[in-house]
Design a protein around this ligand. Sequence first.
Ligand code: ZN
Length: 613
Amino acid sequence: MNLNKRLKETDTLLAKRRILKIFILLKQNLSLSLRFSVYLTYLCLITNHLNKTMKKLLLLSVSMMLLVTGCKFYQTRVMEYKLSQFIKEREKVFVPLTIESNKLWYTAAVSGKEEDYKKSADISVQITKIFTNKEEFEKLKSFKESVELKDPILLRQVELMYLNYLGNQTDTTKLEESIRMQSVIENKFSAFRVTIGSEKLSDNKVDSILRNSTNAKELENVWKSSKLIGAEVAADLVILVKKRNEIAKSLGYSNFQEMKLKLGEQDPKEIESVFDELDKLTKDAYIKLKGEIDIYLSKRFSIPVDKLMPWHYQNRFFQEAPAIYSVDLDKYYKNINILGVAKKYYKGIGLDVDDILARSDLYEKTGKNQHAFCSDIDHSGDVRVLLNLRNDSYWMNTILHELGHGAYAKYNNPQLPFLLRDAAHAFTTEAIANMFGRFNSNPFWIRDNLGISSEEAQKIAADCQNTARLDQLVFSRWSQVMFRFEKSMYENPDQDLSKLWWDLVEKYQMMKRPEGRNQPDWASKIHVATVPCYYHNYLLGQMLASQLYYTIGEKILGSQTPENESFTGKPEAGKFLIDKVFKPGALFSWNEMIEKATGEKLTAKYYARQYVK
Ligand SMILES: [Zn+2]
């Protein structure tokens, strides 16, 4: 089905809005004409008993009444016109800059050239400056507070623009200082290398040693060396945290964490209660699994369970699970054209991603960014992904993930304004990407797309499910540490942060702190410095991925066993996503969109159903 046809069919949202508008107009005019006839009848009835002066007075007051009612209607139209002009003028400035910045960022990621990165950074600074304009902010504020505005599309744009400006309405020196301090810390992170003896190790090498080595001394050395960056940046980071708090306080927030969440339309109390709920839901299952991990590791290193230290957990932060189950997924992808598989799969569910892949950079190159991402360059169809494809399970997951982002961006509603042709929230696009990315380890997806037999799929099903469950539970408990650490740190940056960090690690990850350790290990997690108070979104993205997965499985495909669904060859799945998630874009706030799409607000219950039971 081509895009135009689909747009016509699925454009109910805007159509409904148009009808609503006409209805409001009619209603306003109806009440106007009703009032008018009532006044006229009244006039006719009483004018016979009135003298000339009284008649004149009466006519005058009726005209005044009509004028006032009419005025309200026209005030709304005038205000809406003024606002749309204001938005149009702003769009002329920030839209071309945003597109240019996205293009430069993509080019830099492919070339790896410093001058390209510099160009891209310069434009970002220019964009930030737009939103520091005080006069425009005041205008937006008055639009936002105006009772005359009724148009939901305009109101939503005002809301989003207002939040954009609000976060930048502070002393520009403070803002610049915090950007500069963050970039100093960021540079220290990029220059830092774990050094063992005279050898400097790349991050990949560090990860590989932690995952594969069975030499306890080597593991301890590498793990401890990887934490040295924490001590290098901790003092600066505390100053930066306080600077961020100053900015937040100057804007009326109690601290930076509260500001960051509220500017992203998230209520800190609500997010905390989601995390409390997840803690309760995952605790018992995690205790059990952690017991299995400990037994596996104690055998692996031939040490008693109570002697297991953080460096035995095969990851710098124990944010990924050790491989305790024996399922080798790579063997399924070794001789497969994963690009072709991904294209065919997406086309089969009604999401054509061929054009995205055609303009994307897909394979390894010198200097090129080694990871993967998706960029919605112009919110008008120029969507690109960056990949470094190899034939293995990891890259199957990654290509499905990035194309999930890609489809979300491509199938926006071209009739919505630029600002609303975006995801409802960063975590909602992450949810779509996660939902598709997870299929790489789903035995039924592997059966439906790579042609393994049903017996084989059944044979690996338990291990696949256990691995996925282990990954999710380990990540979920680790996210608790990150979320609660940052929250408490911004509430009180003067407390003993090293103690806070290890208290949380012991409570949520149930991993023992090394005896007598008093190092700022919290500062060795780069996100604390460079992507502050964002980590919770990764977990919300996983939760929503499960909620959408069950909604499609049960409500759209009518499956009795939704856990076994791969959506392969089911265009209804793609149609649901286009209509309910992609096309509404940022028109609704994230929880409103989720409720409209799934029938419920964001809930942890589907995540628990998929991974905890
Ligand atoms: Zn992603």
